[in-house]
Ligand binder design. Structure first.
Ligand code: NAD
Length: 247
């Protein structure tokens, strides 16, 4: 088990990629705190982990809110006594952004980028002297492709810069910080890929592997980066995109 005796926080853990990470980390021995805006989904995932013999705590928390970030750290410590791993996974989907263009910019950057800074800031003082790991879930929009909403492209690229900064700042405290740049992963935010044959065909044709990623595949890549297997890896991005950005 690759996360034996460790404790991990996954933001946005109620669905999609975050859910898959929470389940996989728990299966690898971690106690998992999963936060989400949606209480029902978070509770269901926590119950699934507990039913499988693992340890989990579901919290309702807005990843963009600084007080919620502090509360998440406090409750994780109270429940499991330590915080070894933080995954900043929560992010606003483009289709779920509401309001005027400027309101969408503010909320999008807040939920996608500032959230990672706030949650990291809340957690870092409590991480152990070695073996701590932070993972920021970015996107190919953050390292190569600029065709999404402006706030999405900017926030995901910002996460890559934040990753490098935090890796330098906290390296000597034994904390590694990396980013995972995902391509198309089949979740509710990409549900169009089920119904829109043309969009699916276009994606498949534009990747080296000719696949749409599954949340479990994203979780497997995340597991490597947060586990001690990646003990030499910090300040890096791992691109998990079916080879989209090399075609
Ligand atoms: N699915 C993809 O194709 C894809 C591609 C690239 C990057 N990503 C990134 O992966 C991450 C997860 O995406 P997903 O596809 O699993 O999304 P999803 O919409 O399926 O799930 C996101 C979860 O985060 C929660 N959430 C949203 N805003 C939140 C907030 N402010 N605070 C706490 N929880 C919040 C939602 O309630 C939901 O449970 C995101 O950062 C996304 O940008 C996804």
């Amino acid at each position: 088990m690759r996360l034996e005796a460790k404790s991990a926080i996954v933001t946005g853990g109620g669905r999609g990629v975050g859910r898959a990470m929470a389940l996989r980390f728990a299966a690898e021995g971690a106690s998992v705190v999963l936060t989400d805006l949606d209480a029902d989904h978070a509770e269901v995932v926590a119950a699934e982990i507990v039913a499988a013999g693992g340890r989990a705590l579901a919290l309702v928390a807005d990843a963009a809110d600084a007080e919620d970030a502090e509360r998440t750290a406090r409750e994780a410590l109270a429940a499991f006594g330590r915080i070894d791993v933080l995954v900043n996974n929560a992010g606003l989907a483009q289709q779920h952004a509401e309001g005027t263009e400027l309101e969408r910019w503010d909320r999008g950057v807040d939920v996608t980028l500032s959230s990672a800074y706030r949650q990291s800031r809340a957690v870092v003082p409590h991480m152990p002297g070695s073996g701590g790991a932070i993972l920021n879930v970015s996107s190919i929009a953050g390292n190569r492709i600029g065709t999404s909403a402006p706030w999405y492209d900017a926030a995901k690229a910002g996460l890559v810069g934040l990753t490098r900064h935090l890796a330098v700042e906290h390296g000597r405290a034994g904390i590694r910080v990396n980013a995972l740049c995902l391509g198309l992963i089949e979740t509710r935010r990409t549900a169009f890929i089920h119904d829109d044959e043309a969009a699916r065909a276009q994606w498949l044709a534009s990747t080296a592997l000719g696949t749409v990623g599954q949340p479990e595949e994203a979780a497997a890549a995340a597991l490597f980066l947060v586990s001690d297997d990646a003990s030499l890896v910090t300040g890096q991005i791992l691109v998990a995109d079916s080879g989209r950005t090399i075609v």
